[in-house]
Design a protein around this ligand. Structure first.
Ligand SMILES: [Zn+2]
Length: 586
């Protein structure tokens, strides 16, 4: 292998064939489409756990023919859906993009708001008197926004998910559309932020009642055992989101919609690279109920593998997989169900947040000899303070937050960071300190981020995520497409690296607040050889200077079978020079 690759003739041929593969910048419309698949609640270890059970063309398209970063962790503490989706596309953490929770207290509106609700907009696709939704709370722009800027709007950018926040935040400010469902009915909706009416194809999709076929169905495993049903229980009102959302049928429903979007919006057919972010919500809806170690979650993952294979095959037929780059990640992991972990003698526990809130509030009521609600809400392990109660007693924010932090410790929390402290950047110079610094946002009034005891969750049944620990921070990060050297990369990676890497490869500016690094170990070095008169740049890729470690060589066939292209002949396992430089700057 080594001697063959050292042959200058062969190296030249490989270079030539890669160069003619169309690798280039956004300006010459290569790739035609970037698809980012975000799985809502999918731990990084699942890819290994079920490795022997994955079929062809699904996860294995990325694992066998793509660059898979097996040690990707969020470097912040607030591992929740809205922050996770914002992080992936902005390439920065909450301290950069401002989204630190799914919902927070708005001190001006004096009510709880969601990360995306926007009173200046209305929902489109259903009759509703409530506020619409938009990315207006984002404090940073996204990969899609930069693609739009670089192509002066020629790129098209879309987000699709069951959840509003998971569709809207990834689509950024300049997104052409974000679609999510009305939870009650399953109808696909959007907001006047994007358009005043649904496009005809989306209206037709809703009119054809395509969600109804997923109701009153049994979801069975491969042995025919019923795992879950989408029949509403007798006399109980249940939403489409709860019934269908916690089964793989929801992924089918999302992919059906995403395929219609690709077809009718002609994604991959325009003058510039388009971007589609699909967030698969079902894993999270089910995962909260049954936990990561249940047979249901295994069946969900294995079904998702087939659903992904089907979707990737569709992309191959539509535009040829050689014209598509695919990235896969997740917004957060999940903790084991406490009872399951406790059986193995881990100190796992369900913490009663009602009890904790009552305990903290009575402590302050007696300390101040004044009955009031001092902590408005605990979204474990995060506590929202009632600033009015403290201000009425002339207690300032910093003092109030510190006192609540101490009370939370008494109630069982391991430690705490206050909003004031994080705003000042006053944290210990430790890995944990950095995680909490990254979790800061100026939005949300007074708050305290509690540091939970590992394996504790704040729900009475099932499980949750929202901790700085690896079970919540470890997520997949994998790329498929011409620029990527296939292989498993065990070097340090973070979800913020996704936007930085794709921006670099597209030849566009990274999102405004991006702090991620370009994952150079998965990319062969390239050097520019000429500029064409049309402004598109050809790149000649030289051979990596480090030796591969047993990675597969040879041809890759795309799953549509339409085209083969050579696998980059050398896969660099750990190009130490680049990596050291990158990590030194972190
Ligand atoms: Zn989530």
């Amino acid at each position: 292998m080594r001697s063959a690759l050292r042959s200058p003739v062969l190296a030249f041929l490989v270079c030539l064939s890669i160069t003619s593969g169309g690798f280039g910048s956004a300006y010459n419309a290569r790739p035609k489409l970037v698809v980012i698949v975000v799985i809502d609640q999918f731990r990084g270890d699942y890819l290994e756990r079920y490795h022997d059970q994955w079929g062809e063309g699904g996860f294995r398209l990325l694992l066998d023919h793509g660059a898979n970063f097996s040690d990707c962790n969020y470097n912040y503490a607030n591992t929740r859906t809205a922050p996770g989706h914002a992080t992936l596309l902005t390439g920065t953490y909450s301290s950069g993009h401002g989204i630190m929770a799914n919902e927070w207290w708005d001190p001006e509106k004096k009510r709880r708001v969601s990360s995306v609700e926007d009173e200046a907009t209305r929902l489109v696709g259903i009759s509703s008197t409530g506020p619409g939704a938009s990315p207006h709370n984002l404090l940073a722009d996204t990969l899609g926004d930069e693609l739009k800027l670089a192509t002066q709007g020629k790129s098209r950018v879309f987000g699709v998910a069951l959840k509003d926040r998971a569709a809207i935040l990834p689509a950024g400010f300049a997104g052409d559309g974000a679609y999510w469902i009305d939870q009650k009915t399953g109808t696909w909706i959007t907001s006047t932020y994007y358009r005043s009416e649904l496009p005809k194809w989306a209206q037709d999709f809703n009119d054809s009642k395509r969600g109804e076929k997923y109701l009153n169905q049994d979801w069975k495993d491969s042995d025919g055992k019923v795992l879950r049903t989408t029949k509403p229980s007798e006399g109980k009102a249940a939403s489409f989101y709860d019934l269908v959302g916690s089964t793989p049928f929801a992924n089918d429903y999302e992919f059906e919609f995403a395929k219609e979007l690709i077809t009718y919006e002609k994604l991959g057919n325009g003058p510039a690279t388009d971007l589609l972010v699909v967030s698969l919500s079902a894993n999270d809806i089910l995962g909260h109920k049954v936990g990561p170690d249940s047979p249901e979650m295994q069946a969900m993952a294995l079904t998702m593998d087939r659903q992904l294979a089907n979707f990737f095959e569709f992309l191959g037929h539509q535009m040829g997989l050689a014209n598509v780059w695919i990235a896969l990640s997740a917004d957060h992991g999940v903790a084991p169900v406490p009872a399951v972990a406790a059986k193995l003698h881990l100190p796992a526990e369900s913490v009663s947040i009602d009890k904790m809130k009552t305990q903290v509030n009575s402590l302050f009521s007696s300390r101040f000899a004044h009955q009031a609600e001092y902590v408005r809400e605990i979204d474990y392990p995060l506590a929202w303070l009632n600033s009015e109660s403290f201000l009425a007693l002339r207690v300032k924010e910093e003092e109030a937050e510190r006192a609540v932090g101490e009370a939370l410790k008494q109630a069982g929390m391991r430690g705490y960071y206050t909003r004031s402290q994080l705003e000042r950047g006053d944290v210990p110079n430790t890995e944990t300190g950095l995680k909490y610094l990254h979790s800061y946002s100026p939005l949300g009034g007074w708050y305290v981020l509690g540091v939970p005891v590992p394996y504790t969750v704040g729900v009475s049944s099932g499980t949750d995520h929202a901790s700085p620990y690896t079970y919540d921070t470890h997520v997949p990060l994998a790329f498929y497409g011409l620029p990527f050297q296939p292989g498993t990369y065990r070097s340090h990676a973070e979800p913020v690296d996704l936007a930085a890497t794709l921006a670099s490869l597209l030849g566009i500016n990274a999102p405004s607040h991006a702090i991620g690094r370009v994952l150079t170990e998965a990319l062969p070095p390239s050097r520019r050889v000429s500029n064409s008169p049309h402004g598109s740049e050809r790149e000649e890729r030289s051979m990596p200077s480090v030796e591969g470690r047993g990675f597969q060589q040879g041809a890759i066939r795309d799953s549509s079978g339409e085209r083969t292209f050579p696998a980059p002949a050398l896969a660099a396992a750990t190009p130490t020079r680049d990596l050291a430089a990158a990590e030194g700057s972190r």
